[in-house]
Ligand binder design. Structure first.
Ligand code: DC
Length: 233
């Protein structure tokens, strides 16, 4: 099926499978996939490793702003299985997915100058078009004119189990209660922050994938695109 060169925005709560879904769609329809959450995670990792954030998530805003203004090089390199995140020459893909980063990324991503920094990069990376991007504010702020917007959700216990399994697969030893608490905290901060809070764009299609397989998600997307673009294949 030939899909035109559009922008697809995928937003939703933590651990709803946004990136898995977006990667699948990117592969199926030859789109560039961009993971905006990875940018916030990389900024958080950078802040942690450079002593700009303490255990209570108090951020040294002056130091972080100076570092971002100087031009922190966070970028993606595209590999077979999606995108990989780099800070300079270092691949940080694994390091940004730990509980340590997950527990502090929401306060960092609530800072206005961090959001501006990330938004600028996302616009640069997607300048060539035909992009699918996932995050929290893609359809509302980053690409308000995206032709297709999807808002993903799933029951909290399903999301916690998915994140738990993902961490186990990565060799971590997660605690289910901690995982659930982290998801709830992030949902709350992400939805209640002042700048660009997580919310469903009025023109977004909602997908609750609590009981859907990946195949069903792909079929759902196919149906949506066929209907939207009048493709009768
Ligand atoms: O999608 P993720 O769990 O990797 O995102 C990590 C955090 O980054 C999330 O808790 C909130 C923040 N984020 C955001 O504020 N805006 C986005 N567009 C993407 C992520």
């Amino acid at each position: 099926m030939i899909i035109p060169d559009i922008t697809i925005a995928v937003d939703g709560y933590s651990a709803t499978g946004k990136s898995t879904f977006a990667k699948l769609v990117a592969k199926e329809f030859a789109f560039l996939y961009l993971d905006s959450g990875a940018m916030y995670r990389a900024v958080t990792l950078f802040a942690q490793e450079n002593g700009m954030i303490d255990a209570d998530a108090n951020i040294d805003l002056d130091a972080l702003k100076a570092a971002l203004d100087k031009g922190l090089d966070i970028h993606f390199e595209h590999t077979e299985d999606g995108c990989k995140t780099f800070i300079g020459e270092r691949c940080v893909e694994k390091d940004i997915r730990t509980m340590g980063v997950s527990s502090q990324v929401s306060p960092v991503s609530a800072v206005a100058f961090v959001r501006n920094f990330v938004d600028d990069k996302l616009h640069q990376f997607s300048a060539a078009g035909r992009v699918i991007m996932d995050g929290r504010d893609i359809g509302t702020t980053v690409f308000p004119n995206a032709e297709v917007k999807i808002f993903m959700t799933a029951r909290p216990e399903v999301r916690a189990q998915r994140r738990f399994d993902e961490l186990v697969m990565k060799g971590e030893n997660p605690d289910m209660e901690e995982v659930m608490k982290n998801l709830q905290e992030r949902d709350y901060i992400d939805s209640h922050r002042e700048v660009s809070p997580l919310s469903r764009a009025a023109d977004a299609y909602v997908m609750d994938n609590s009981d859907m397989t990946l195949h069903e998600e792909t079929v759902w997307m196919l149906g949506l695109l066929q209907g939207k673009f009048g493709i009768l294949e």
